[in-house]
Ligand binder design. Sequence first.
Ligand code: XLS
Ligand code: CA
Ligand code: CA
Length: 434
Amino acid sequence: MSYFPSINKIQYEGTDTKNMFAFRHYNPDEVVMGKKMKDHLRFAIAYWHTMTQDGSDPFGNPVNQRPWFGETPMETAKNRVEAFFEICEKLGAEYFCFHDVDIAPEGDSLEEFFANVDEITDLIKEKMDQTGIKLLWNTANMFSNPRFVNGAASTNNAEVYAIAAAQVKKGLDISKKLGGENYVFWGGREGYETLLNTNMKLEQDNIARLFKMAIAYGEKIGHKPQFLLEPKPKEPSKHQYDFDAATTMAFIQHYGLEGDFKLNLEANHATLAGHTFEHEIAVARCYDSLGSLDANQGDVLLGWDTDEFPTNVMDVTLAMYEVLENGGIAPGGINFDSKVRRSAFEAEDLFLAHIAGMDTFARGLKNAAKLKEDRFFDDLKEERYASFNEGLGKKIMNDEEDLESLYDYAVSHEDPVLKSSHIEYVKNILNDYL
Ligand code: XLS
Ligand code: CA
Ligand code: CA
C-alpha cells in the first residue's frame, strides 16, 4: 500500500533539474571532508509535524490534506506508521523522532494509552527492521494534556508528577525496544506563570529528581541512550527554566548531571532566547555538551516559534561550521522540527519542504567545509588573538601572571596600539562562500 504512488525515491539531480521532487544539493553519498554527506547530517524526520500537524492556527481551522485518516483513532495511528516510513524512505532520511502522543491515541486512561503505544511501537519496530531506519530520539509529551497545566516534573501536584514519571518510564521502555540513540526532555510546561504562587527551588529540585530517576531506570534496564535537554525560553510557559544553552548547562552542572545529559538545540528556540543558532551550538561546545540539533527557523518579523523549514543558507552555514568544529553531531542528528506553512496544505508539500531543508543543510555543510579548508575563521581568529601567543599574552595563558605583575606591566608600558577588525570586509568575503 502506497500513500504517495506518484512520488519516487528522491534523487540528487543538481541545480539544473526542473523536477520539483529532486535534491538540488543534497547528494547523500558525496564525500565532504572524508565523510559522506548523509553521515555528517544524520537527517531525522519529526513524527509530530509530519504526521499529526493539521495546519490550524489560533484563528483558523485545520487545512492540511492528509491521506491517512481512518475510521478510528487507532486505525489512523496505524496508517500513519505506514505513511511515515514511506516518507522517510523516499526522502532517504535514516532517522526519526517522536513523542509518545504522536504515535498512539491517549484513549480514556493511562493504561489504555500505554497499551496503544505498545501496539503501535510493534508496527514501528517492524518497519524499522524492514527499512533500516533508526530512532534518533523519542520523548514523552508532558505538556499537551490538561493535567499538565501546572507543569509535569515541576507540577505542584504529586499525582501529576507520578503520571509524568510513568510516561518517562514508558518512554525509556520504548527507547530500549526501538534502540533509541538519544532520549529528549523538553520542558514546555516546566516553568512558571507568576512567582506569586511558585516555589522555584522545589520545582527545579523535582525536575532534577525526575532526571535522576530516568538515569537510574536506564541503568536498571540496561539501556543507556544519550539524555538530552532541549532549551527554550518561553512558549507555552511564560518563563521556562531551560531558558537557553547556558542556563540549561548551569542546571545540568548544579544537579551533577554532566555525565548523562547533553543539549538538544533548536534554531527557533535560540532566536526566541535572543541568540543565534550558532551561538547556542558554540555555548554547548564550550561545555563539551553538544548533543543533537532541531533544524528549523523563525521569522525575523515574528516573535514566536514559527518552526519554519530551514532555508537560510547563511544561518545554516554558520551552524554547520560549528558542527564541523565539534567533530560531528553523532550520536545526535539533524531533526527537522519544522512544519509546512498553512498555505502549503497538500500532502506532497511534506516532501517539498523536507527537500528544501535537506538541500539547505547540504549547502551549509559544503560551505562550512570550504570555510574550514580555507582556514577562513581559523586564520581570522588566530590573527585576532595573536597577542596571547607570545610574550606577555603567553605568560597570562600559562597562568604565570598575577594582579601585581600585570599592574607593574601596565603602569610601565604605553597604551597598546589596537587594530581594526575590518569586519565589513570579512562579511563581504564570507558572502562569497554562499
Ligand atoms: C517545541 C519543542 C518540542 C521538542 C520535543 O517547541 O521543539 O517539539 O522538540 O518535545
Ligand atoms: Ca524542538
Ligand atoms: Ca520549536
